[in-house]
Design a protein around this ligand. Structure first.
Ligand SMILES: [Zn+2]
Length: 493
């Protein structure tokens, strides 16, 4: 017999400090794929759905794929968006033998702090206790007891930059098929600690996150757990259930799963203050760029980690750009300022023409810098579409809306109409900006940029640009997190 399997995506990393709401229109303008269009867009891509479609072929499943809905991190998801997508999940769940869902784990809606937990609770209620539900997640999910109770298995990515969604979906597919055949009965437990942040923000290159992922994979290989998932949590969320977690999936309920989860979180607690980051000031970064630009054969990559659209920051902070212009950097590039009005001003000027454009600083001028007026030349204009060819989502088409490349002195500045962090060099080359030939490239990203930009860089420097991310790191504005919690409260050793 052929198993009927639901697969669907509802992905949002919600920054509750961001003033821009995430509405149904936001999803529709970002990633909103239904039915055959979903399959056409994701088949043969290195993505979670790419793996899911291949697995369905291998196992002979009848796949139901009603919706892929995803949007760039920003403020709370509207009730209308949540209810619309949840209804599509529940409609697709009728008569299924199992589900392989692709969620994020840090979605906050107007009505629910734990968007994924509520979605999974409803799904479990609809399908009953015996239909296996397997979920892939981002390691920046704020994972809850409700998610662990409602799903059979939670499988978080193990790389940051996240480049293993394909592999994790295959792991989930194999597990789901065994569960549907009755070979295994996966059950998941969760452990947490009073931590607002930890595990080095999820960085997997070294440190406690790397150690725990390695230990978890060893336990999986030894057969002591079906899945061990380590999540660092997402810090820009003022919610009760914020923070790092470990979930362990075993065959049936087993005390061994609980022991593993607790011992892993003991390590996360002990290493809570460990960090691999060393962000430099704008002034220091600019001095460094200026000193190296004349002899550069590869770019210095500067990343403003405090205005990362991938964490729900506004993407229009001007502090770093203004400093680059003031220092008159030569042979430099900047990606990007999110400012649809500035793009329209560039379109009005036309390619090849010179003029003055006011850009950026519109959302959060007190933190990230005010709007700046720049005089330069319109180098190129595009519709913002291009195909990703780097390690993150290779093969997928992305769309940053009408886009402008504006040359100010020795700096090529990208201006985009749809917010998004620097993930792929094609974001730049599609505008005519070749980063490999620049002395300095500035991007807005916390860590994901490394997948595509570290290989071409002579050096990577992360910069504290003073924008919204810096405000959150100072632990300002948390009102709804559970207390006591580190680092807001003191703990006796
Ligand atoms: Zn993430």
């Amino acid at each position: 017999m052929s198993f009927r399997v639901l697969t669907a995506q509802f992905s949002h990393e919600t920054n509750t400090f961001c003033k821009v709401p995430t509405t149904l229109d936001t999803f529709r303008a970002s990633t909103w794929l239904t039915g055959n269009a979903l399959k056409a867009a994701r088949l043969n891509t290195h993505t979670d759905f790419g793996a899911t479609f291949e697995a369905a072929e291998k196992y002979g499943w009848t796949l139901v794929h009603p919706i892929a809905a995803a949007a760039n991190p920003a403020g709370r998801v509207s009730d209308e968006a949540f209810e619309t997508v949840a209804a599509l999940f529940l409609e697709g769940a009728k008569g299924i033998d199992g589900a392989l869902l692709h969620l994020h784990g840090a979605m906050v809606t107007d009505s629910y702090e734990d968007g994924e937990g509520e979605l999974l609770r409803r799904l479990r209620e609809a399908v009953g206790p015996n239909v296996p539900i397997v979920v892939t997640l981002d390691l920046h999910g704020n994972i809850t007891q409700l998610m662990a109770d409602s799903a059979n298995a939670l499988i978080a990515v193990r790389t940051y930059p996240h480049i293993d969604q394909y592999e994790r979906a295959w792991q989930g597919a194999d597990l789901l098929d065994r569960a549907m055949r009755g070979e295994i009965n996966p059950r998941t437990v969760i452990a947490r600690r009073p931590l607002l942040r930890g595990l080095d923000g999820g960085r997997t290159q070294s440190g406690p996150m790397r150690e725990l992922i390695d230990r978890g994979e060893a336990l999986e290989q030894e057969g002591r757990a079906l899945v061990v998932s380590v999540c660092s949590g997402f810090t820009a969320a003022d919610i009760h259930d914020i923070g790092p977690s470990v979930t362990v999936t075993t065959d049936g309920t087993s005390p061994a799963g609980r022991e593993i989860a607790e011992s892993f979180m003991d390590h996360a607690w002990a290493t809570r203050a460990w960090t691999s980051t060393n962000h430099r000031s704008i002034a220091d970064a600019i001095r460094h760029a200026k000193a190296g630009e004349a002899d550069a054969t590869k770019p210095l990559v500067l990343s403003d980690v405090t205005d990362n659209p991938g964490s729900g920051h506004y993407g229009d902070a001007t502090n770093l750009l203004a400093a680059m212009v003031a220092a008159d950097l030569q042979n430099a590039g900047f990606y990007a300022i999110f400012d649809p009005e500035a793009v329209q001003a560039g379109i009005a000027l036309g390619v090849g023409n010179t003029g003055t454009i006011r850009m950026g600083g519109k959302h959060d001028p007190e933190a990230g810098g005010p709007p700046i007026d720049l005089t330069g030349r319109v180098v190129s204009l595009t519709d913002g579409h291009f195909q990703v060819f780097g390690p993150m989502g290779g093969g997928v088409w992305r769309d940053y809306g009408p886009s402008l490349l504006f040359r100010v002195g020795g700096i090529d500045i990208a201006v985009i109409s749809r917010n998004g962090q620097a993930l792929d060099t094609a974001q730049l080359t599609s505008l005519g900006l070749d980063p490999t030939r620049k002395a300095t490239i500035a991007v807005k990203s916390n860590h994901h940029f490394r997948a595509a930009f570290e290989p071409i860089a002579r050096e990577v420097v992360t910069v504290d640009g003073g924008a919204l991310g810096a405000v959150i790191w100072r632990n300002e504005g948390f009102r709804h997190v559970r207390r006591p919690i580190w680092p807001l409260d003191a703990f006796a050793e």
